[in-house]
Design a protein around this ligand. Structure first.
Ligand code: PBG
Length: 328
């Protein structure tokens, strides 16, 4: 009791603060999202994501070598495909020589030990900007799962270590796991976006990939019939437990900062690694505030990343990964 117990003793110098620090971020905590485009020498900044780029395969090769040098050991690949290749069923997603398949091979060639995860969902390939097949104003669940399974096989064949389904269809983890087993990909993992909310924070990402739902009659304008309602907590546990039962190796909560209560709750309940995706809108907000001189970029960035890890994240998918590691 005071004055015998004085909490400030443990805060009185850098050394003691380091000694008693409970949460430490290291480069190996991060999963680095990367946006890939066709072309050569292409490195284009995404307007709503300052200092983040879409890159062609040759630049991607340099980028992953740099990441590996920095101690970053895992990437999550997304592709931006030309409108002319988009259709309702995402046929291009299955092209053995498609951009994603070539991107996986490029990364594996450049850096064989770097862990490669691939985004599995139809939206970058969908003429409607949806994560699944659209029919009569709805997103078809089971038909979409079949395509996602084929897509997963295609990514595994190209050399992906993990597939990361980000679509939120029911039962897709089981469909994908069974398909991978059948095709002999017993060692290909699944990181499931298990508690993914219908969030307005995904805006800049949809700019990056030009993948927003289109405004056409009989096409849903948002993703609320498959992504979760921001108001729900128990549902996140149910979704996550189901994905684990279906065979997910890693589960995920997305977005990050507004959902850290969910992260902690899931972390307390499950025995698989929990990933958290600090999404594009979270990145954009800090970049914008820092540009205006209203927030200290580096300090706020580190505080946010620490908060995500403290909440229970074993893996942090973040556009800040490189910036953060440079400060370590
Ligand atoms: C789509 C997908 C999205 C993100 C990752 N995969 C957007 C969406 O669901 O519309 C968002 C990532 C981010 O905002 O950084 N399958």
């Amino acid at each position: 009791m005071y004055p015998l117990i004085r909490n400030r003793r443990l805060r009185s110098s850098d050394a003691i603060r380091h000694l008693v620090r409970e949460t430490i971020i290291t480069p190996s905590d991060f999963l680095v999202p990367l946006f890939v485009v066709e072309g050569k020498g292409v490195k284009e900044e995404i307007p709503s994501m300052p200092n983040y780029y879409r890159m062609s395969l040759d630049i991607l090769e340099k980028e992953v070598k740099e990441l590996w040098q920095m101690g970053l050991c895992a990437v999550l690949l997304f592709v931006k495909v030309d409108d002319s290749l988009k259709d309702n069923k995402g046929a291009e997603a299955l092209n053995p020589d498609g951009l994603m398949q070539r991107a996986v091979k490029t990364v594996k060639n450049a850096c064989p030990e770097l862990l490669v995860m691939t985004d599995v969902a139809l939206d970058p390939f969908s003429s409607y900007g949806h994560d699944g097949i659209v029919a009569d104003g709805v997103i078809l669940n089971d038909d979409t799962c079949e395509v996602l399974a084929e897509m997963s096989i295609s990514h595994a064949t190209a050399g992906a270590d993990f597939v990361a389904p980000s679509d939120m269809m029911d039962g897709r983890i089981l469909t994908i796991r069974e398909a991978l087993e059948e095709e002999g990909f017993q060692n290909t993992g699944i990181m499931s976006y298990s508690a993914k909310y219908a969030s307005a924070f995904y805006g800049p990402f949809r700019d990056a990939l030009d993948s927003a739902p289109v405004d056409i009659k009989n096409v849903p304008k948002d993703k609320k019939t498959y992504q979760m309602d921001a108001a729900n907590r128990f549902e996140a546990l149910k979704e996550t437990q189901q994905d684990i039962d279906e065979g997910a190796d890693i589960v995920m909560v997305k977005p990050g900062l507004c959902y850290l209560d969910i992260v902690r709750e899931i972390k307390n309940e499950v025995e698989v690694p929990v990933a958290v995706y600090q999404v594009s809108g979270e990145y954009a907000m800090l970049k914008a505030a820092a540009e205006k001189g209203w927030l200290d970029h580096d300090a706020v960035m580190m505080e946010q990343l620490i908060a995500i890890k403290r909440a229970g994240a074993n893996i942090i998918a973040s556009y800040f990964a490189k910036d953060a590691v440079k400060l370590m």
